[in-house]
Design a protein around this ligand. Structure first.
Ligand code: FAD
Length: 412
């Protein structure tokens, strides 16, 4: 008689869950993937603005670890077992063409995240994974060994192991409502405090609302703390919103900020980073010569986006009706300084629901880094965002989900 294959239940059909179920199936296990949404990979579909920044081409494991500010070292085995290059090879082999953009960011060549979900579904099919639509209510263990999962509709599935890949609590409409933290706690695990990471920032100054919707490209930013210590610098894109600021450089900056009760952070935007103060002054002088008889507020159209002009005019303290030829040198120098140092105070993070990832989660000192198995309950595994690990923007968070999911699938 043939031996009965071990049965593994994977809870959550996101990035981590699909890879975990496929890698378990590839070993000949009976792999069941339970997802509460009607479709798999709902969050994956909205990643990278619908293009899905799958991973990053950073050369080696050290490079990956260096891009994971929270508990990066926990991921050595996961990255060595299934690296960014292994992931690209797997996806290419399944028929997904990929391309590399600025900063090593890897996307599907089609620019469609749906194509990533499609190859993951193919991976599930190739490895005989059974997908079940259902919501897991409870993960039950007996004598410190996983025994079954119970679904909301009352179904019970007996199994040898369970991989929890339920994600965090950010963007809960995609299905990540934090159930995995409950499963972990009910099985004796510690869950570290949940905080938003890669999250937009609220700004104290009311004028930002006037610029809402304005997106700025090729700007540089600095963030200073209350002691005027520079804690972050970046160059790229950002956007003003009704509450403050968002966009790539802002989301990345948020990883370097914490406790707003202790710190008074100031964001300073250089609107013209390619020009020194002297060069910008020369440029403004040329514009002012051209528009000598115009009023100040009508003289900035070639220099600034339309939406920013009223804001800059107001902050410059130069009367808007003043004709350009009446503007003094010191007023002009103040304008130059304002454009190079547009400053504002950061009030707080936007709520965790709006964060790209959840920081905090299942404490990693209670999970075996070589297998992703719980150190407390045999047969219980965790992978993906439910763990207390998170990375910078650039494809690192999905790589964490794929690497930890793959490793759990190999060891369950
Ligand atoms: C807007 C946005 C853009 C992003 N862009 C990128 C990007 O381009 N690159 C990048 O690297 N990262 C990106 N991220 C982060 C990345 O999407 C996540 O880190 C990653 O999806 C986490 O994968 P996961 O499988 O752990 O969790 P999820 O993808 O959240 O999957 C969890 C799944 O579990 C299911 N589930 C939960 N509870 C239950 C239950 N009780 N029973 C059954 N099923 C359950 C959920 O429905 C969900 O499908 C982005 C995030 C957001 C919000």
């Amino acid at each position: 008689m043939l031996p009965i294959p071990k049965k593994v239940v994977v809870i959550g059909g996101g990035a981590a869950g699909m890879i975990a179920a496929g890698s378990a199936g590839s070993r000949g296990l009976e792999a069941l993937l339970i997802e509460k949404n009607h479709i798999l990979g709902r969050k994956l579909l909205i990643t990278g603005k619908g293009r899905c920044n799958i991973t990053n081409t950073v050369e080696d494991v050290e490079g990956l670890i260096g891009s994971i500010p929270v508990n990066g070292k926990f991921l050595y085995s996961a990255f060595y077992t299934f690296s960014n290059h292994d992931l690209i090879e797997l996806f290419n082999g399944l028929g997904l063409e990929t391309k590399v953009e600025r900063g090593g960011r890897v996307f599907p060549a089609s620019d469609r995240s749906n194509d990533v979900v499609k190859v993951l579904k193919k991976y599930l099919k190739n490895n005989n994974v059974t997908v079940i639509k259902g919501e897991v209510k409870e993960v039950v263990s007996d004598n410190k060994k996983v025994s079954r999962v119970v679904l909301q509709d009352g179904r019970t599935i007996l199994c040898d192991s369970v991989i929890v890949t339920t994600g965090g609590i950010s963007y809960p409409l995609t299905g990540s409502t934090g159930d995995g933290y409950r499963f972990a706690k009910e099985n004796g695990h510690r869950v570290t405090p949940l905080k938003p990471a890669l999250v937009p920032l609220e700004i104290k100054e009311g004028w930002v609302r006037e610029a809402q919707g304005l997106s700025l490209k090729n700007i540089s930013i600095d963030i200073f703390d209350e002691d005027l210590k520079k804690i972050y610098s970046d160059f790229g894109e950002m956007i003003f919103t009704h509450y403050g600021v968002s966009g790539p450089v802002i989301l990345s900056a948020s990883s370097y900020l914490d406790d707003f009760k202790k710190h008074d952070y100031r964001l300073v935007i250089d609107l013209k980073p390619a020009l020194s103060e002297e060069q910008l002054d020369q440029r403004i002088l040329r514009d002012f010569d051209k528009h000598a008889n115009k009023i100040f507020s009508n003289s900035l159209r070639e220099l600034l986006p339309q939406k920013l002009i009223p804001v800059i005019v107001k902050l410059s303290n130069i009367p808007p009706e003043k004709t350009v030829n009446q503007i003094s040198k010191s007023e002009r120098m103040n304008l130059v300084s304002l454009l190079k140092n547009l400053g504002m105070h950061i009030k707080r993070f936007r709520p965790i629901e709006e964060a790209i990832v959840t920081s905090g989660g299942v404490a990693v000192d209670e999970v075996n880094p070589s297998t992703m198995e719980s150190k407390l309950v045999k047969g219980l595994f965790f992978a993906g965002e439910v763990l207390d690990v998170n990375g910078y923007t650039g494809g690192f968070n999905l790589q964490i989900a794929f690497s930890t999911g793959y490793l759990a699938g190999l060891n369950c």
